[in-house]
Design a protein around this ligand. Structure first.
Ligand SMILES: [Zn+2]
Length: 406
C-alpha cells in the first residue's frame, strides 16, 4: 500500500485557514466601509449643527440643538457600531480555532519528537548557542529583516558587528534597486569594487553596461547618438570577451526608433535579463565581500528536511530490531545520506583499517606511498619506530605521514 503524504491533511487545514482569513477580510472591509460612510454622515451632520448653533447664552435657555429625528438616527448608528465591532471580534475569535487545527494536523501527521537526534545536534549545546543565534541573524539580515535580527541580538544579550549588518544593508539596498529596475546603486557599487571584481573574473561590469544600453534602446525618448556614445564608452572594453553579445545589442540600434518588439532583437527585452543580472550581482558581491552565496541557515534547513525522513525510518528500524545502541557516535550518522549534488560540500573519510569515520581528533593521515589511513590506525601500526603501509607495504617513520585536510 502506498503511504499517504503526511503533508496533505496539513495543507487541507491551511487552505481552510486561508479561506477563513479571506472571508474575514471581506466581511471586515464591507461592514467597516459601510459603517465608516454612516459615521461620516453623522459627523457632517454634527458639524452642521455646530456651525448653525446659536451663541452660548441661548443654549442655556434649554432649546435642543438636535431634532428628535437626528437623535434617533445617531442612536441607530451608534448601535450599529457596537454590533459590527462585536461581530468582528467574534469572527476574529473563530480564526484562532481554524489556525489551531493546523497545529493539531501537524502534530498528528508528523513525527514531533526529535529527541533521538539530540546527541548529534551540536547547536543544542549551550556553548554553541551564540553561534546558532548568529546564523539566524545572518539569515534575517540576508532577507532584509535587519530590525528583527537586531532585536534578537538585543534580547539574547549578544552584539552583532555593525560591519556585518552594514554589509547586508548595502547588498539589500542594491538588490532592491535591481528589482525595481534601477541600475544606479549596482553601478556605483561596481565602480567602487572594480579591482576586486576583475580579480575574481566577474562579468558584472559588462552585464550592467549591457543592460543600461538595452534600457536606452527600449526608451523611445532616448537619442540614438547618446546610445551609440554610451556603447562606445562602456562596451568597447569588453569587445574581446563578449563580441557576439555586443554585436547583437548593437544590431538592435536599427530598430531603436520603431521599438524592438517583434524584431530579431526582442529577446533583449526579456525580463530574464534582469533576473540574470540580479543573480550575477548576488553571486559576485557575496564573493567580493566574503559572504556565502546561500544562507547557511537555509542550507542547513534544506539539508535537515532532506535527511530527517531517512533518519526517522532508520530510527524505526533500529527500535524494531532492538539495536538502539548501534547509533551512538556523536559526530556520526548511522548511514550515508545522499543529499544530491548541490549539497555536496565536504568529503568524509572512513578509515579502511578501523572502519570509522575520521574526526578532528582522529584525522586521516597520508602515508609516503599515498595510501591514507586514520591517525589511530597509524598509531596502532607503529612497531619499533617504523610504520609499514598495510597496503603496499612501504616502510616509513611515524613522523613522515602527513595529515590530510579536506
Ligand atoms: Zn601504501
Amino acid at each position: 500500500m502506498m503511504e499517504t503524504d503526511p503533508r496533505v491533511p496539513v495543507i487541507v487545514e491551511i487552505d481552510k485557514v486561508l479561506d477563513k482569513f479571506a472571508s474575514f477580510d471581506k466581511f471586515r472591509k464591507t461592514s467597516l466601509d459601510n459603517l465608516e460612510e454612516k459615521l461620516q454622515e453623522y459627523l457632517d451632520e454634527l458639524d452642521e449643527v455646530a456651525a448653525n448653533a446659536p451663541s452660548d447664552e441661548s443654549i442655556s435657555s434649554g432649546a435642543p440643538l438636535l431634532t428628535s429625528e437626528q437623535v434617533s438616527n445617531m442612536t441607530a448608528v451608534l448601535a450599529q457600531v457596537k454590533e459590527v465591532s462585536s461581530s468582528i471580534s467574534s469572527k476574529h475569535r473563530e480564526l484562532h480555532s481554524v489556525v489551531s487545527k493546523v497545529g493539531k494536523a501537524i502534530d498528528k501527521n508528523f513525527e514531533s519528537s526529535f529527541d533521538f537526534m539530540q546527541p548529534n545536534v551540536p547547536f543544542l549545546r549551550e556553548e554553541t548557542r551564540p553561534m546558532m543565534l548568529e546564523i539566524i541573524c545572518n539569515h534575517l539580515c540576508r532577507e532584509g529583516m535587519q530590525d528583527i535580527a537586531e532585536q534578537l541580538m538585543t534580547d539574547s544579550h549578544l552584539t552583532l558587528s555593525s560591519e556585518f549588518t552594514d554589509t547586508y544593508k548595502e547588498v539589500n539596498r542594491i538588490v532592491a534597486g535591481l528589482r525595481e529596475r534601477n541600475l544606479k546603486p549596482a553601478m556605483e557599487w561596481m565602480s567602487n569594487n572594480r579591482t576586486q571584481l576583475q580579480e575574481k573574473k566577474s562579468c558584472l561590469e559588462f552585464k550592467l553596461h549591457r543592460l543600461a544600453f538595452i534600457c536606452m534602446l527600449a526608451d523611445s525618448t532616448q537619442d540614438i547618438s547618446a546610445a551609440v556614445e554610451y556603447a562606445r564608452n562602456n562596451l568597447t572594453p569588453f569587445i574581446r570577451q563578449h563580441k557576439q553579445a555586443i554585436q547583437h545589442a548593437m544590431g538592435a540600434l536599427v530598430f531603436m526608433r520603431s521599438g524592438l518588439e517583434g524584431t530579431p532583437y526582442s529577446d533583449l527585452l526579456n525580463p530574464r535579463e534582469w533576473d540574470d543580472l540580479l543573480e550575477t550581482f548576488t553571486r559576485d558581491a557575496c564573493n567580493v565581500m566574503g559572504l556565502a552565496i546561500n544562507s547557511p541557515l537555509a542550507v542547513c534547513m534544506r539539508a535537515g528536511c532532506a535527511s530527517l525522513p531517512v533518519l526517522l525510518n532508520i530510527k524505526q528500524v533500529l527500535s524494531e530490531t532492538q539495536v538502539q545502541n548501534m547509533w551512538s557516535g556523536k559526530e556520526e550518522l548511522p548511514i550515508e545520506l545522499h543529499m544530491g549534488e548541490q549539497r555536496t560540500y565536504h568529503s568524509i573519510f572512513a578509515c579502511p583499517i578501523l572502519r570509522q569515520l575520521s574526526t578532528e581528533s582522529n584525522p586521516p593521515m597520508r602515508l609516503t606511498c599515498g595510501h591514507v589511513i586514520s591517525k589511530e590506525a597509524l598509531t596502532k601500526l607503529i612497531q619499533a619506530n617504523k610504520v609499514k603501509c598495510p597496503y603496499c607495504p612501504v616502510e616509513q617513520t611515524p613522523l613522515e605521514p602527513k595529515q590530510v585536510i579536506f
